[in-house]
Write a protein that binds this ligand. Structure first.
Ligand code: FES
Ligand code: FES
Length: 156
């Protein structure tokens, strides 16, 4: 069967198996490795992508059901070949250690800030609850998001 999606702004039609997940489609079929694979059961958040602007665990989404919906992965955040300002904030605040959770953290954060552009620290923490990080203890990640919200790095 054919899955239709708009991937990082580009319409795609791809042959998929009936039980193939969006995560498998992205990584195994399309080679989009900025989407990470962790628990494979909707718990860790490392496979997060934006589906029509909302963060979802791509390991829980069936590719065959996409029907032309918009999927954004980390590479969809690129600005003229450079880093998104939120990525710069993560780098500057030491919020990226192994980097495994980072794509999901960034996408979840940006979707959250669309809904709530001026959150406090607690709200940021709550928004990122579903994205697990084994490295940083979250403080630096929340610091980075706060800096971005304050516009220290050209937040737009
Ligand atoms: S791999 Fe999808 S939530 Fe963990
Ligand atoms: S930076 Fe390593 S899991 Fe988050």
């Amino acid at each position: 069967m054919i899955a239709r999606l708009v991937l990082n702004g580009r319409p795609r039609e791809v042959e998929v198996r009936p039980n193939q997940t969006l995560l498998e489609l992205l990584r195994d079929t399309l080679g989009i490795f900025d989407v990470k694979e962790g628990c494979d059961e909707g718990v860790c958040g490392v496979c997060t992508v934006l589906l029509d602007g909302r963060p979802v665990s791509s390991c829980l989404v069936l590719a065959a059901g996409l029907r032309g919906r918009a999927v954004v992965t980390l590479r969809g955040l690129e600005r003229n070949g450079g880093l998104h300002p939120l990525q710069e904030a993560f780098v500057r605040h030491g919020a990226v250690q192994c980097g495994f959770c980072t794509p999901g953290m960034l996408l979840t954060t940006l979707a959250f800030l669309e809904r709530e552009p001026r959150p406090d620290r607690e709200a940021i923490r709550a928004a990122l609850e579903g994205n697990l990080c084994r490295c940083t203890g979250y403080t630096k990640i929340v610091d980075a998001v706060e800096a971005y919200v304050r516009g220290e790095l050209g937040h737009d």
